[in-house]
Design a protein around this ligand. Structure first.
Ligand code: AHR
Length: 493
């Protein structure tokens, strides 16, 4: 069957918040240490301790917002351990992630420096699980108060005169699990209490994000919205794509049986149902959609690479991950009325990373290339799009073979991104682009022959986007053949 897409170039459906393209970096495995922070004395080229190659790569995908310091780590993190002269900083055990020593060399000042280098907005996650209201309140004062106060004075003593602008602040992480094993009513009360002391100093206005549900815990959303929606700007949601079982074996990132391709696609597509069902509950308490759904952890989660520390969550990244990213981002764009931020887990060397490092070497993953191809949607106007796609039946679920997203940039360029999740068959697509002039069309494709095609330190360009010319223009119609397992980005000037 040929797949049909109708896009109306004159009908816009709100802005696609650039923060949908956000990232997440935790003190976990080799994400922060080695992946981002190598220290000033390292032989790896760095600026004030931060790797130059990684900064350059990340700048190229316009990371709009970066969540830190966790994850589960956030509810064990005591920010005062990570300020002041590095040689005096407390050494602690990272109990969640591998039981390794955390020397606190990467703390608040280093994170803010990284954000400056990346020209990205910080999103700080505070400690509810093992922290105090005072500790959280003082962190915000330390970062954002411009004047005479104990915490502002301490910041100045530590070398930073000006406060940092800080918008996004999360009040705890996974408080139903590693963040304190709480019940929703209890967390809702704690949220109300903690957020009271997350102050707006001067002109700095904090956007408060409450710890939200795990996957399909709709009761958590119900209770949080009922008890605290008026005190929050966003509610988080965490969902990982895991082909196997979380505890019994998630499945290999590379050497997987063919049917795991389909299962992975079906599980990735499940995020659509989760967004819609959580949004329906949110609509009940917030019909104006003032409170955003913030999907601040998503992505693939596979078994760790053989021979690596199981607590470091290091996995390879293949064309399958690229399809998961492409399908997910199309879904997020499509729900831009409620979804205002998402953060893929995690930026470097952990889970569905965009960048992998090995000592002084660095490679870009297929997922990186999807973020690069899709960056044109950031802060663009979403265009009305209807799609009739062939469906694939996977176990008892039906999912579309083709997903798509279209937006209009400020300069008038129309950008369309398409994914064909079918691992064996190409997809014929006819796009009727009403109201557009198709005289200047360019396209790129990301695809591969093998299901687990990936980049390695010896072969870093095995999977990368190339020009794509397999399309025909006829009036306002664009006909194309999407190769099996491909992500295509089309730009129309
Ligand atoms: O991203 C890895 C972990 O997954 C995070 O620390 C936690 O929030 C989630 O369970």
């Amino acid at each position: 069957m040929s797949n049909k897409v109708v896009i109306n170039a004159d009908v816009t459906k709100g802005t696609i918040n650039k923060n949908i393209y956000g990232h997440f970096a935790e003190h976990l495995g080799r994400c922060i240490y080695e992946g981002i922070w190598v220290g000033e004395d390292s032989n790896i080229p760095n600026t004030n301790g931060i790797r130059n190659d990684v900064v350059e790569a990340l700048k190229n995908i316009n990371i709009p917002v970066l969540r830190w310091p966790g994850g589960c780590f956030a509810d064990e993190y005591h920010w005062k351990d990570g300020i002041g002269p590095r040689e005096n900083r407390k050494r602690m055990v990272n109990t969640h992630w591998g039981g390794v020593i955390e020397n606190n060399h990467f703390g608040t000042h280093e994170f803010m420096m990284l954000c400056d280098m990346l020209e990205t907005e910080p999103y700080i996650c505070g400690n509810v699980g093992s922290g105090t209201v005072q500790e959280m309140s003082e962190w915000v004062e330390y970062m954002t108060f411009d004047g005479e106060s104990p915490m502002a004075n301490l910041r100045i003593e530590n070398g930073r005169e000006e406060p940092w602008p800080l918008t996004y602040f999360g009040v705890g992480n996974e408080n139903w699990g590693c963040g304190g094993n709480m019940r929703p009513q209890y967390y809702a009360d704690l949220y109300r209490r903690f957020q009271t002391y997350v102050r707006n100093y001067g002109d700095n206005k904090i956007y408060r994000i409450a710890g939200g549900p795990n996957i399909d815990d709709y009761n958590w959303t119900e209770v949080l919205m009922r008890e605290a929606h008026h005190l929050m700007d966003g509610l988080s949601l965490h969902y990982y794509t895991i082909p196997g079982d979380f505890w019994l074996g998630k499945g290999s990132a590379t050497n997987f049986p063919e049917d795991e391709w389909d299962i992975t696609m079906q599980k990735a597509y499940h995020i659509k149902e989760l967004i819609e069902k959580h949004s329906t509950i949110m609509d009940k308490y917030d019909p104006e959609k003032r409170v955003a759904l913030i999907i601040d952890e998503w992505g693939t989660w596979f078994d760790v690479e053989e021979g690596t520390n199981p607590g470091f969550l290091y996995q390879q990244n293949t064309i399958r991950d690229a399809l998961v990213a492409g399908v997910s981002l199309n879904i997020f764009n499509d729900h831009n009325d409620r979804v205002q931020m998402t953060n893929i887990a995690q930026t470097v060397n952990v889970l569905q990373a965009v960048v992998l490092t090995d000592k002084e070497k660095m490679i870009l993953t297929p997922t990186y290339h999807v973020f690069e191809m899709y960056k044109v949607h950031q802060d663009a106007e979403k265009l009305a799009l209807d799609i009739q796609s062939a469906v694939k039946k996977i176990s008892d679920k039906e999912i579309p073979q083709v997903t798509a997203s279209a937006s209009k940039a400020k300069d008038g360029t129309i950008n369309i991104t398409l994914c064909n999740i079918d691992k064996d068959n190409e997809a014929e697509v006819n796009i009727d682009l009403r109201g557009a002039n198709l005289s200047d069309v360019n396209a790129r494709v990301l695809t591969a022959n093998e299901l687990d095609a990936h980049n390695t330190f010896d072969n870093p360009d095995n999977v990368k986007p190339v020009n794509y010319t397999d399309f025909q223009v006829n009036g306002t119609e664009l006909s194309l053949k999407l190769p099996a397992k491909s992500v295509v980005a089309i730009s129309i000037k």
